[in-house]
Design a protein around this ligand. Structure first.
Ligand code: ZN
Ligand code: ZN
Length: 305
């Protein structure tokens, strides 16, 4: 039992409390990736690729700190009037609720983040990688951070593949066998040799980062266009499920929500009393241009509120 309790405590510390472990992990991977590039392959790059690599390394680090340190849009008694800019939504944001911790009214599109322990305006999700809420004031930087990571990892994959192909070309230049099979055998030997293990590791890591962050960016782009936050997406998913069942499903554990980027538990709503239209209605979707201005905090005004 002691082991189970200890395991639960460690899990909670990792995923349900604010801590910098994933921030340190990200910065370590970023440093290793560009460190290996500089020490192993920098000389083989053209000036253009060197400038692009330096730009992405600095942009990833800069945006990481910008997202991590910016005020995401914390709601206080002093600023709650200014934050109250969105229309009501009976299903997602029932009127008249008060946050028991912050003692403020739960305004539409806000949420109390259990990890950070504060209410935030236009809450999207809590991101463990930057150790903060992604919400009204830092969503734009977060989106740019995703774009930069996708482009930076794609560029790393490209230059490291070019590095390996350059090595292969040099090796087979004087060989008599110019068949494709021989070339691919030489390439495989180069990639798997201990001498190039670090470059191969960074190339594999970059492929993984590119794939996973592209998926996340695709989800975020779809939500920006529809003006639907991750929090609203998961709330609707939960309400649809409850609405379809006579006996509402038990709440998902926090851990599962954390796996999706730390979206907290869905607030209690009597889903059975709501119609499908109530759940699906999206008063925040006012066309792509407005939706983008709203998501990126560019001064969009919701006139219906
Ligand atoms: Zn609160
Ligand atoms: Zn948070």
């Amino acid at each position: 039992m002691v082991v189970v309790r200890a395991a639960k405590r460690v899990w909670a510390w990792f995923f349900e409390e604010r801590n910098c472990i994933f921030q340190v992990f990200y910065l370590t991977l970023l440093t290793i990736s560009y460190g290996v590039l500089v020490t192993e392959a920098w000389g083989s790059l053209g000036l253009g690729d060197q400038i692009i690599a330096a730009f992405f390394a600095l942009s990833c680090a800069g945006l990481f700190f910008r997202v991590s340190l910016a005020d995401p849009g914390v709601i206080t008694l002093a600023n709650i009037r200014d934050q109250q800019v969105y229309a009501d939504h009976d299903a997602l944001y029932p009127r008249g609720r008060v946050c028991r911790t912050c003692k403020t009214i739960k305004i539409p599109r806000s949420k109390h983040c259990r990890v950070c322990d504060h209410c935030v305006a236009r809450f999207d999700h809590h991101c463990i990688w930057v150790n903060t809420c992604i919400a009204k004031h830092n969503y734009n930087a977060f989106f740019c951070f995703l774009v930069t990571n996708v482009c930076g990892s794609a560029h790393l994959v490209y230059i490291l593949c070019a590095y390996f192909i350059h090595k292969m070309t040099a090796k087979i230049a004087n060989a008599h066998d110019l068949s494709r099979d021989f070339a691919s055998q030489v390439l495989t030997e180069i990639i798997s040799s201990p001498e190039h293990a670090r470059v191969a590791f960074v190339a594999s890591l970059s492929i993984g980062v590119w794939f996973l962050v592209s998926l996340l960016l695709g989800c975020q782009m779809g939500r920006v266009v529809r003006n639907c936050t991750a929090n609203e997406h998961f709330k609707r998913q939960r309400l649809r499920k409850d609405h379809a069942e006579d006996d509402p499903a038990p709440k998902r554990p926090v851990a599962l929500d954390m796996a999706w980027g730390g979206v907290g538990l869905v607030d209690e709503v009597a889903a059975q009393a709501l119609s499908v239209d109530d759940i699906e209605r999206n008063p925040y979707d006012k066309g792509v241009m407005y939706n983008m201005r709203d998501a990126f905090d560019l001064g969009a005004k919701d006139k219906s509120s």
